[in-house]
Design a protein around this ligand. Structure first.
Ligand SMILES: [Fe+2]
Length: 104
């Protein structure tokens, strides 16, 4: 990925923002890994290979979760929005609309 995570000159960005950008890049990479394993598992015919990749995908779930938690600790407003949406039963769109109202 190199320095693709920056959209402003890195030298002008505070250290905290550079760390945030690196963790955002990491979150994206973990999401990509989850997706890649999902597709590989879907087409793999060998059960042992599938079991190994399923185990590996679980590791990526953990990495994604740790990255996300780090980022949410930097952005309380993001956490507040997600608290209205995540880990709740019911209509996802309604929860999203509620989160938008609560954010205003
Ligand atoms: Fe990972």
């Amino acid at each position: 990925m190199g320095f693709d995570q920056y959209h402003e000159p890195p030298k002008e960005l505070p250290e905290k923002t550079r760390t945030f950008a690196r963790m955002m890049a990491s979150l994206i990479e973990e999401a990509e890994a989850i997706n890649w394993y999902e597709q590989r598992i879907a087409v793999e015919k060998d059960s042992q290979a599938r079991a190994i990749m399923t185990n590996a995908q679980k590791e990526e779930f953990k990495h994604f979760g740790m990255d996300l938690e780090f980022l949410l600790r930097q952005k309380p407003a993001w956490r507040t929005t997600l608290e209205d949406i995540l880990f709740r039963e019911g209509d996802i769109v309604e929860h999203g609309e509620q989160a938008e109202e609560d954010a205003d």
